[in-house]
Design a protein around this ligand. Structure first.
Ligand SMILES: [Zn+2]
Ligand SMILES: [Zn+2]
Length: 368
């Protein structure tokens, strides 16, 4: 009997995913097939499903896939140094390599960006994206996990990790000396914010504060474990009051660096307020249209702020993320504990729970 495996088909905004079984076919040259170890539900996927980001159905979405290579030709195996049995993260980005951005090293923001998971699930090889029990990917898009990296841990921050790292890398590219940061503030404690805290801690930043709209024991314990010194509840506090707290913690100066990971437009004027003169504002978190906000643009001038937007990441950031967590077993244990696991068949429950913010990280894993 021909083996069939399941894929969850995105059928449109606010519609249930359909679970379908498809045949397994051999991968084309340059491609490998990987069986599911863990596949994360990203905020972007939730935005697709609520219709905040538009996406044409039908598709197999999901871009945080960690899988075990089960089918690869001998020739490709030799060429790419990837073997059957290896576990790898699939990076879905396919920059063109030709445009001005690609040529200047900014391929994360290629103007002709294609993705590996854009195919029609009713066309061979059916399994294009991450919400499936198996997937096909170009081998050049695979980042192999070393033995000391847990596949589930790697999956939890598979996209938030490189997203945060990319923002820091853009700062370095813009000449920011991150070793000079002594007080940093992270706005939001979702996966991107958590990764930013862990990264800042690894940089030995002296004081790290997290700003949240809702303190719970869970997020308090989590950010402290990741290395934040304190958490500030921004609810019912004016920007001036928050600014005062940060100034008091920094000899009256303000924050050297603020990292926006809340996605709340209101975070932006707060960021302007708490930064010191010539402070650096990294903004990778505003990932959907969540409304307008009034700002005081004169603060950009008066404080001579250095504002750096960041979107997407490239395959080097994914590699850097894997290297980063491979050095820190404790960090892997912490991030692994954030996963709430479901099977592909349970994807609709997984999405309901993700939308209801029941989980810090929703992950699909193999059955049994
Ligand atoms: Zn993502
Ligand atoms: Zn390009």
């Amino acid at each position: 009997m021909i083996k069939k495996l399941k894929a969850a088909i995105f059928t449109g905004a606010n519609k249930p995913f359909e679970i379908k079984e498809f045949d397994i076919t051999p991968p084309k040259k340059g491609m490998a097939r990987l069986d599911l170890e863990a596949s994360g539900v990203c905020g972007t996927d939730v935005h697709f499903h609520t219709g905040k980001l538009l996406l044409e159905p039908p598709k197999v979405i999901g871009h945080e896939y960690v899988g075990r290579v089960v089918d690869i030709s001998e020739e490709d195996s030799k060429k790419f140094g990837i073997n059957a049995g290896d576990v790898a993260i699939v990076d879905i980005a396919c920059p063109c390599g030709e445009c001005k951005l690609c040529k200047s090293g900014d391929d994360a923001n290629c103007v002709n960006m294609a993705v590996t998971n854009g195919g029609n699930p009713y066309e061979v090889p059916y399994f294009h994206g991450g919400f499936a029990e198996t997937t096909y990917a170009p081998i050049e898009n695979l980042i192999k996990l070393p033995e000391n990296v847990d596949p589930l841990a790697a999956c939890v921050f598979a996209c938030p990790g490189p997203t945060a790292i990319h923002a820091f890398n853009l700062a370095k590219k813009a000449g920011v000396d991150l070793s000079d940061v002594s007080l940093a503030v992270v706005q939001g404690t979702g996966p991107v914010g958590c990764m930013a805290i862990a990264y800042l801690k690894a940089l030995n930043v002296k004081k790290i504060f997290a700003l949240v709209a809702d303190i719970t024991n869970d997020n308090l314990n989590l950010v402290k474990k990741l290395g934040a010194d304190d958490i500030i509840d921004v609810k019912n506090k004016s920007d001036a009051e928050i600014g005062e707290l940060i100034k008091n913690a920094s000899d009256g100066l303000g924050a050297d660096l603020v990292f926006e990971a809340s996605g709340n437009p209101k975070a932006i004027p707060t960021g302007f307020e708490i930064l010191r003169n010539r402070g650096v504002y990294l903004v990778p978190g505003q990932y959907s249209n969540s409304g307008e906000i009034s700002i005081m643009p004169q603060l950009i001038t008066f404080k001579a702020l250095h504002i750096i937007g960041s979107s997407q990441y490239n395959i080097c950031d994914v590699k850097e993320y894997v290297d980063f967590i491979s050095k820190d077993f404790k960090l892997q244990e912490i991030i692994k504990s954030l996963a709430s696991c479901y099977t592909v068949s349970d994807i609709n429950v997984a999405f309901d729970d993700a939308k209801a913010r029941k989980n810090i990280k929703t992950v699909l894993v193999k059955e049994g």
